[in-house]
Design a protein around this ligand. Sequence first.
Ligand code: NAP
Length: 248
Amino acid sequence: MKVAVLGAKGRMGMESVAAINSASDLTLTASLDIGDPLEQLTKSGTEVMVDFTTPDAVMKNLEFAISNGIHVVVGTTGFNDAKLSNLKDLLSKHPKVGALIAPNFGLGAVLMMQFSQTAAKYFESAEIIELHHANKVDAPSGTAIRTAQMITDARKQSKKGAMPDATKSELSGARGTKVGDVPVHSVRSHGYVAHQEVIFGDAGETLTIRHDSINRAGFMPGVLIGIRNVAKYPGLTVGLENYMEDMK
Ligand code: NAP
């Protein structure tokens, strides 16, 4: 399979290039970074494009790839409803193309999100603390947003009311930002890679689910699963958990 990486000089892009080069069933066709012509994707016969660029750059790259029949595996974060809706429109014009938007390629992180969705049905309170390196440009993280959405959906399904919170006055931001029902708190500091705690509470007990990415190589098994399977899933897929059957 012929694979190209966009954002190839970035931290995740460099790891992806190394992972693709070490996989005997994959051939790296192009390593592109800012300013490189996207036409290299078509000229090199690329079948799957991996994007680890920036929230501002990603849509232009996806438009080019999808319009040229190239499947896309996207780790770049910052996708809101408007961006996802634009992507769906574009994919509807190219129905054979698959697009995987994965807020987190860590297999442990995918399980953390799934465990959180399960726990959400049983606890009155849920909050998220995500901790990342100081160079991250978006907050909250894509993983935190996705986890909060999954928790919110689970709470709706189990008809949970508003979370208990007696706060009457606060300094702006002290209670985090709400994503759906869930307060999310973002920490940015040197020393971290990517970490998240999901805290559930009910009378007399709490449950904390924590995931730690120790280094960026930890995301690569998930990226390779995405590359190898994206063509099987035409249209838009959000979340690597939808490829769970392909992980075993
Ligand atoms: P990074 O080190 O800043 O890398 C981004 C790279 O993309 C840089 O080399 C940047 O070049 C380049 N770039 C910017 N615009 C471009 C364009 N139009 N075309 C091609 N390349 C372009 O960031 P990172 O830590 O690798 O993270 C990249 C993205 O992945 C972020 O959105 C991050 O949140 C996300 N991420 C996702 C996961 C996941 O599992 N899904 C895990 C970690 C990170 P310049 O530096 O010259 O601007």
